[in-house]
Design a protein around this ligand. Structure first.
Ligand code: ITT
Length: 202
């Protein structure tokens, strides 16, 4: 079975391909479909944006599409950056700029109030318009300076609950075992097992 990953974020493609690696599916990416349109992420929920991306890509490719919409919610900032995570420091902002803005917004927040979570919504869309969604969460806290070089996005400032190292200091496999994306994709895998007799985990 072919599945297209409906994301333009290369780091997400790496993580999703790795986590789904044991499944008997053929993973395609948007590089295989260069004419697919950019999808404007104008919904105000992770689910709304994930479903929108997956539907746009299944329509354009006529194949099952899997999209990820994700972000960081900081409790002391009332859930910001949330759905704005990718462009927190402005349209086209890079990870360094987004982390810089986050640390500056949080400079007066004491250690015991720096709780946050990553959220991931995975949306599966079929060419007939049917959709399914799967959520995953990772609880943790925000540090005071970036640490580590692995991962992407806010990983260098995110300490998962119970750990003294950031996601960016963990191996890919350690992050996958704890992450919001790993968690949401476990739900997706269970769905595939339940719905496809031809699906096998290798
Ligand atoms: P696509 O929409 O093409 O999938 P994107 O990067 O624009 O790519 P989102 O709109 O879902 O994706 O934004 C997600 C942002 O949230 C991402 O750019 C990071 O800043 C942050 N984020 C999500 N998952 C993360 C993770 O595992 N580690 C660190 N930061 C993450």
């Amino acid at each position: 079975m072919d599945i297209v990953l409906a994301t333009r974020n290369k780091k997400k493609v790496e993580e999703m391909s790795r986590i789904l690696g044991g499944m008997d599916i053929n993973i395609l990416t948007l590089d295989d479909f260069p004419s697919c349109p950019e999808v404007e992420e104008d919904a105000n929920t992770f689910e709304g944006n994930a479903v929108k991306k997956a539907l746009a890509i299944t329509k354009c490719t006529n194949k099952i599409a899997v999209a990820d919409d994700s972000g960081l919610e900081v409790y002391a900032l009332n859930g910001a950056p949330g759905v704005m995570s990718a462009r927190y420091a402005g349209e086209g902002a890079d990870d360094v700029a987004n982390i810089g803005k986050l640390l500056s917004e949080m400079k007066d927040i004491p250690d015991e109030q720096r709780g946050a979570r990553f959220v991931c919504c995975i949306a599966l869309a079929y060419p007939n318009g049917k959709t399914e969604t799967f959520f995953g969460f990772a609880e943790g806290r925000i540090g005071r300076e970036p640490r580590g070089r692995m991962g992407f996005g806010y990983d260098p400032v995110f300490y998962p609950a119970g750990y003294e190292v950031t996601f960016a200091e963990m191996s890919p496999e350690e992050k996958d075992a704890l992450s919001h994306r790993g968690n949401a994709l476990e739900g997706f895998k269970k769905y595939m097992k339940a719905h496809y007799s031809e699906y096998k985990e290798i």
